[in-house]
Design a protein around this ligand. Structure first.
Ligand SMILES: Nc1ncnc2c1ncn2[C@@H]1O[C@H](COP(=O)(O)OP(=O)(O)O)[C@@H](O)[C@H]1O
Ligand SMILES: [Mg+2]
Length: 201
């Protein structure tokens, strides 16, 4: 599905590079990749981190699950192949945003390790920051902010991560946050502190 089809295409190198844009913005372009079960807190966390960064004068953009499925990826479903293509496209879009110097946040379940590692390998060392938003399944199911677990349990939704589709945990995430035992404020602080420590902001 993702193979290259066009030939006779040439990469055009611009004279303004990533590091020039980063200098303009006073920050590094990176991808903060939030992964975890539905209801783990990826969207909540990403949007709160974004708010905090905006207050400090940093330019950010959040790519969020359902929103992308309304547009760019509206022709994809939830089979393993479609999930793979979904994440591949998002990875490429995140790379473009990061290339523009923006602190790019992606909040997708992204259950397959291979798909996440592929995006890590698309960009430079240190540019892909994997944030494992960990939560016990029972807690996510208890929260059920969109009522999806209930639908998955009743059979109304198939291929639901954690119920009848797998979630492969990150092995070496740059950041791990257990939102079952860490409150939102502290979770946001963990991410922002990491960005400071790594001199991204
Ligand atoms: N520490 C926390 N971090 C993030 N969300 C939390 C936390 N504690 C409780 N929540 C709640 O959990 C739910 C997470 O939902 P959401 O962010 O939509 O998850 P996801 O995007 O991972 O599917 C929200 O209702 C949020 O208020
Ligand atoms: Mg979400």
């Amino acid at each position: 599905m993702a193979e290259k089809k066009a030939t006779n295409i040439t990469w055009h190198e611009g004279s303004v590079r990533k590091q020039d844009r980063e200098k303009l913005l006073g920050q590094k372009g990176v991808i903060l990749w939030f992964t975890g079960l539905s209801g783990s807190g990826k969207s909540t966390l990403a949007h709160h981190v974004e708010k905090q960064l905006a207050q400090r004068g940093n330019l950010t953009y959040v790519l969020d699950g359902d929103n992308i499925r309304h547009g760019l990826n509206k022709n994809l479903g939830f089979t393993p192949e479609d999930r793979e293509e979904n994440i591949r496209r998002i990875g490429e879009v995140a790379k473009l945003f990061s290339e523009s110097g923006v602190i790019t946040m992606a909040a997708f379940i992204s259950p397959y390790k291979r798909d996440r590692d592929r995006i890590r390998n698309l960009v430079d060392e240190g540019e892909f920051i994997e944030i494992y938003v960990k939560v016990p399944l029972e807690v996510a199911e208890e929260r059920d902010p969109k009522g999806l677990y209930e639908k998955a349990r009743s059979g109304e939704i198939d291929n639901f991560t954690g119920i009848d589709a797998p979630y492969e945990e990150p092995e070496n995430p740059e950041i791990m946050i257990d939102t079952g035992s860490t409150d939102l404020e502290e979770s946001v602080e963990t991410v922002v502190t990491y960005l400071e420590k790594e001199k991204i902001i």
